[in-house]
Design a binder for this molecule. Structure first.
Ligand code: GLP
Length: 269
């Protein structure tokens, strides 16, 4: 487990972006798992900058974690629309390389099956980007979620719907009650996990996910079962971690972290 703690949210977003961008610069056919949420907006802005500096995204394949049931890709509150606004329309990825569960599929079970098959067919996900909900969800795996859950339909908690109501004009009644989410089992199959969290409102969820017992009521704690999870935080999100000094010492001596800082210095400033 690599826990990397940067001073500011901007530095954390840049560091997280650098992990994916350095991967793309070495492997132009990388397969990425993508996430939505405010935290990711800063991360994707670095992808757009890298594209403007000449990085080629045209062979990248992407799989998004989740989508609201009942929303079409054209709906402004859909995660498809979010991805288009913040990333896809600003880079050179062909539409056929993008895979996001369709919230208005005629047959949701078929949609789910095809989503899992598309990941398998692509050879699995190289890096899965993750945000975290204040309640410890990843994707839309709400507490409690089976640690080996597949992609499925979930009921959203009221807390999550409140948190995400901003995209629906602040109107809780307009936030769908159900979603399709990539399951924890599918997430854990990715070769690398990259969880990003910033702000003090994430501090409890992060402490529980990284250091708490692995349990269904903190779905993000499933990352402890993964062989290579990276957790990138700002100081505020890291403030409740018990082993904070250890993580800092570990990151200070890590060659992989040094390589990322070098990449940032050379290509992202
Ligand atoms: C949504 C997404 C999650 C994301 C979470 C955090 O609920 N389904 O994948 O982690 O938002 O969002 P934010 O970054 O806005 O706090």
């Amino acid at each position: 487990m690599e826990v990397i703690i940067l001073d500011t949210a901007e530095e954390a977003e840049q560091f997280a972006a650098s992990i994916i961008l350095s991967k793309i610069s070495k492997e132009s056919h990388a397969r990425l798992g993508l996430a939505t949420g405010r935290t990711m907006e800063g991360v994707y802005s670095h992808f757009v900058d890298a594209h403007e500096r000449g990085l080629n995204f045209s062979n990248i394949r992407t799989f998004n974690l989740d989508e609201y049931i009942g929303l079409s890709p054209a709906n402004e509150a859909s995660f498809y629309h979010y991805m288009d606004e913040h990333l896809f329309k600003k880079i050179d990825m062909p539409l056929e390389n993008i895979c996001i569960p369709h919230g208005r599929a005629l047959d949701i079970e078929v949609e789910i099956k095809q989503f899992e098959e598309a990941i398998t067919h692509a050879g699995g996900i190289d890096i899965q980007l993750l945000g975290i909900g204040n309640n410890g969800h990843i994707g839309f795996n709400e507490p409690p979620s089976s640690l080996s859950s597949p992609t499925r339909v979930v009921t959203l908690s009221e807390e999550t719907r409140r948190q995400n109501a901003g995209a629906f004009g602040g109107n809780l009644g307009r936030v769908p009650t159900k979603a399709i989410t990539m399951g924890l089992r599918t997430i854990l199959r990715a070769r690398q996990l990259l969880l990003v969290a910033t702000g003090s409102h994430k501090a409890n969820a992060i402490a529980n996910a990284v250091e708490g017992p692995i349990r269904a009521t903190v779905p993000a704690s499933a990352i402890q079962l993964h062989p290579d999870p990276w957790i990138v935080l700002d100081r505020e999100a890291a403030q409740n971690l018990e082993f904070i000094d250890y993580y800092k010492a570990q990151a200070g001596g890590s060659e992989r972290v040094a390589d990322q800082l070098q990449f940032i210095y050379q290509y992202m400033n």
